[in-house]
Design a protein around this ligand. Structure first.
Ligand SMILES: *[C@@H]1O[C@H](CO)[C@@H](O)[C@H](O)[C@H]1NC(C)=O
Ligand SMILES: *[C@@H]1O[C@H](CO)[C@@H](O)[C@H](O)[C@H]1NC(C)=O
Ligand SMILES: *[C@@H]1O[C@H](CO)[C@@H](O)[C@H](O)[C@H]1NC(C)=O
Ligand SMILES: *[C@@H]1O[C@H](CO)[C@@H](O)[C@H](O)[C@H]1NC(C)=O
Ligand SMILES: *[C@@H]1O[C@H](CO)[C@@H](O)[C@H](O)[C@H]1NC(C)=O
Length: 368
């Protein structure tokens, strides 16, 4: 790429950031904080649940998180789900686990860091999150009818957008424990759990779904520093091919599941988001997006190439935080920085990576 092209990309990126900052909504948006979002997932979309359950306050030194509102995220700021909420003028999602000052009128977040699809009934895995949804739904309907203004009524829950982002920890688990061939064989079981979850929500009246596929785990500093059994397995960008192949197989099956459910279930809308391609592009073309060291954690220990060591993870032991976190894609080796999440979210909102290409804000003010 020549200098002119570089400057062009840099300028377009800066302009898009500035424009996105001052004009976060397109003029034709019909949203005004009216979209109810019900989210299920892991740390990629956990807006504080894990930290609340553990009785902790925030994750990291206060000066590195932007505000109290954003404490409890595995990030130095906002997550992709936070940017999606902002795009429809919603407040940030309240974790289901929150017991103080709660307000669920914009929706509820069942995501908990570390969650998987399997084993089904372990800790806060997907099946438990769905069970919590059933409980939330029945109590919310009852109290809403009695006039509780912080909860959701039947119509709210029927028109809600149900968002799901899970699977990364399942893949991490099986690839860490099993050979590639055996790990791959587990993937259909993960997909089956997601199918069951969507069907259960549908049976309770939910009909709008927004499903994120899983990112290139073979490019995470944590994977690169941990799975040295895949030593001869790097692609041209330095990522682990076999782990990324596992993610792609998972994603292909998730895509087919979404197609199948659209055929099977009346009036269902499922938007499948190719987050993998967005994140891989961010890493492969990192300098175009203003990032350096795409495979190195900002917060961690050990220096190049990955700055990740399991005994000195971000927030533990002798970890340090990089000078300019806005130049890093990876925050702590396993999670993206706020800056990277902003770039991912803006691509998600573009509909270029959506099947079908429906806009996120098209779910606002749907006629009942
Ligand atoms: C809850 O939040 C919504 C949206 O931000 C707001 O309109 C409503 O007044 C809040 N409820 C209470 C009781 O503060
Ligand atoms: C599907 O939507 C149509 C139009 O809103 C409605 O008449 C029909 O009952 C719905 N079918 C189901 C199975 O929900
Ligand atoms: C990197 O950017 C180029 C030019 O925009 C694009 O053609 C290519 O597909 C990108 N690479 C990835 C892995 O997305
Ligand atoms: C942190 O550094 C100190 C001093 O070098 C060392 O004694 C200690 O073992 C280190 N902690 C970890 C978890 O590596
Ligand atoms: C989406 O695709 C269009 C048409 O290819 C392109 O002009 C635009 O830059 C893309 N937007 C993003 C955010 O990738």
């Amino acid at each position: 790429m020549d200098l002119k092209e570089r400057i062009f990309y840099l300028l377009s990126f800066i302009i898009s950031l500035v424009v996105g900052f001052f004009f976060p909504l397109s003029v034709d948006s019909q949203c005004n904080g009216s979209l109810v979002i019900v989210n299920f997932g892991d740390s990629n979309s956990d807006t504080g649940g894990y930290v609340i359950v553990r009785g902790m306050i925030g994750q990291l030194p206060k000066k590195h998180t932007i505000s109290h509102d954003l404490a409890g995220r595995m990030c130095d700021g906002r997550l992709v789900i936070d940017f999606l909420c902002e795009s429809v003028k919603n407040g940030y999602l309240t974790p289901f686990m929150e017991s103080m000052g709660k307000n669920f009128t914009n929706g509820v977040n069942f995501a908990i860091a570390g969650s998987k699809t399997l084993p089904a009934s372990d800790s806060f895995n997907l099946k438990i999150q769905i069970a919590q949804f059933h409980r939330f739904r029945s109590l919310s309907l009852e109290l809403f009818d009695k006039g509780n203004g912080n909860l959701l009524g039947d119509e709210d829950l029927r028109n809600a957008l149900y968002t799901i982002d899970i699977g990364q920890n399942d893949l991490d688990g099986v690839f860490g424990a099993l050979s590639y061939e055996k790990a791959i064989l587990k993937i259909p079981d993960f997909i089956f759990e997601i199918e069951t979850a969507i069907k259960e929500i549908y049976e309770e009246g939910g009909k709008n779904f927004w499903v994120h596929n899983t990112g290139p785990i073979g490019c995470l500093p944590k994977s690169l520093a941990t799975y040295n059994k895949y030593k001869d397995d790097y692609d041209e960008h330095g990522c682990l091919i076999s782990l990324n192949e596992g993610a792609k197989i998972f994603n292909d099956k998730l895509y087919l599941l979404c197609e199948k459910l659209r055929d099977e279930m009346k009036n269902i809308t499922i938007v499948y988001l190719d987050v993998y391609s967005i994140k891989y592009d961010l890493i492969a073309n990192s300098s175009n997006y203003g990032f350096v060291n795409p495979l190195m954690a900002c917060c961690g220990y050990g220096g190049p190439p990955y700055n990740y060591e399991s005994n000195n993870k971000c927030g533990q032991g002798n970890y340090t935080i990089c000078e300019d976190r806005s130049k890093y894609i990876s925050w702590d080796g396993a999670h993206y920085t706020e800056e990277a999440n902003a770039a991912v979210a803006s691509k998600i909102l573009s509909t270029n990576y959506s099947t079908p290409p429906l806009k996120f804000d098209s779910f606002c003010n749907i006629e009942p």
